[in-house]
Design a protein around this ligand. Structure first.
Ligand code: SF4
Length: 403
């Protein structure tokens, strides 16, 4: 890169994040046509699906699923809306879903109800005879969109020019990144991680080098580094819009952890004042948050951990306990319904689903399943062979770690 700065581009996924925030405590099922009225830019779909009522869509999806049988496997991320997750054969966070993709070799078609980077990962890890389908091809992730492949390649080139003579840097990318970034990690001695195994991936990396580049979530990177005793003074944030990320060569050489300047639009909504309010209203509350939350929130919470950890700790808690949960609202609502013996609420009183997970409206699921019944594959996500081979190296390193 020759210039000192680049123009900052805000991902559309970040701009749309507030489109479905509301103050009711329930997200009502609506037709796709009604949801389009929020002004979102989702994938176009045949007009017959736009007006289908939630009830019609439900019976249409059930019929198609039955007709397709074992030929189709539906994977569902925990942040999916109720009307979609109910059709998932297997549910999980991104780590669990990648394990399923690596081991479930029977179905010819994997319909991935999640976001684009997860479907790419499923394509890399699934068998060569399997096709991965993302029902709405515009279901991205605002965090992943904050690390464009080109910007990361520029960053890597600049870091190599400064650090290769002083021990280099080990790249770790969070699962929420493009397959091309995972491939960069694979070919440069790096690894992929999820929030379930971020600490283990840091330990893995520090056995192999003295510095880590962590992409793309600065908060998960910072929270994980703190767990391992690394202080703020040993970390830098890489600003992709500035030459050398906005740092001097010496500062980069002195850093132990270089954090990409990205964040999750959902988890950075949680604040310390919400935790204080929850404790004032419910003195016996336990606060559990996801490590994509900011450092001050994680520090003030009682517990923090991955989506699977949050589900486990709440499910296994004694009856009559009270939980304030700092993660995506579809999951918190589901936890509350599935654990009626406990009081469970979201830390944020405004209901905000992950707007990109929310893009998987049941109309899209009905559309892709109808296509499969007719022998037509719509929205296949396919990673090219070279990228896939290199990304798999970094993913296999992750899968070999203890969760
Ligand atoms: S919750 Fe955050 S990190 Fe997860 S898919 Fe949504 S925007 Fe991306």
């Amino acid at each position: 890169m020759t210039s000192d700065t680049k123009t900052m581009i805000l991902p559309i996924t970040e701009i749309e994040q507030a489109a479905f925030c509301q103050t009711d405590d329930d997200l009502q099922a609506k037709t796709l046509e009604e949801e389009f009225q929020a002004g979102v830019r989702w994938q176009k779909i045949p007009i017959e699906y736009l007006k289908c009522s939630p009830e019609d869509l439900e019976s249409r999806i059930s019929d198609s699923k039955e007709a397709l049988g074992e030929n189709v496997l539906i994977l569902g991320h925990h942040y999916q809306r109720e009307e979609v997750i109910k059709f998932a054969d297997l549910r999980g966070d991104s780590f669990k879903l990648s394990q399923f993709a690596a081991t479930q070799n029977k179905a010819e078609h994997i319909v991935f109800c999640g976001v684009h980077f997860m479907a790419e990962t499923a394509d890399v890890l699934s068998g060569p005879h399997q096709k991965v389908i993302l029902p709405n091809i515009t279901a991205g992730c605002s965090m992943a969109d904050m690390a464009s492949t080109d910007d990361v390649l520029d960053c890597w080139e600049e870091l190599e020019s400064v650090l290769s003579s002083v021990g280099g840097v080990i790249p770790i990318t969070y699962m929420n990144s493009t397959a091309a970034i995972k491939a960069l990690c694979g070919r440069n001695g790096g690894i992929v991680c999820t929030s379930s195994n971020a600490s283990a991936s840091f330990e893995w990396a520090f056995k192999r080098g003295q510095r880590v580049l962590f992409l793309p979530d600065q908060h998960l990177g910072r929270n994980t580094a703190h767990k391992l005793g690394i202080g703020n003074d040993e970390m830098l944030v890489w600003n992709p819009y500035k030459y050398l990320g906005g740092h001097t060569e010496q500062a980069l050489r002195d850093a132990k952890v270089i954090l990409w300047q990205g964040h999750c639009s959902v988890h950075t909504r949680f604040s310390t004042s919400q935790i204080e309010d929850a404790r004032a209203k419910h003195p016996d509350v336990t606060v559990v948050v996801h490590p994509e939350c900011t450092r001050d929130v994680v520090e003030l919470a009682d517990l923090n951990g991955s989506t699977e950890y949050i589900i486990k700790v709440v499910k296994e808690a004694p009856s009559d306990t009270t939980w304030a949960v700092g993660t995506e609202i579809s999951l918190v609502n589901r936890l509350s319904k599935e654990n009626p013996d406990k009081t469970i609420f979201c830390l944020d009183s405004v209901v905000c689903p992950c707007s990109t997970m929310y893009r998987i409206h049941p109309a899209y699921l009905a559309w892709v399943l109808d296509g499969l019944k007719e022998g037509v594959v719509v929205n296949q996500v396919k990673v090219d062979d070279k990228t896939s081979i290199e990304a798999q190296v970094a993913l296999d390193r992750m899968l070999s770690l203890a969760g």
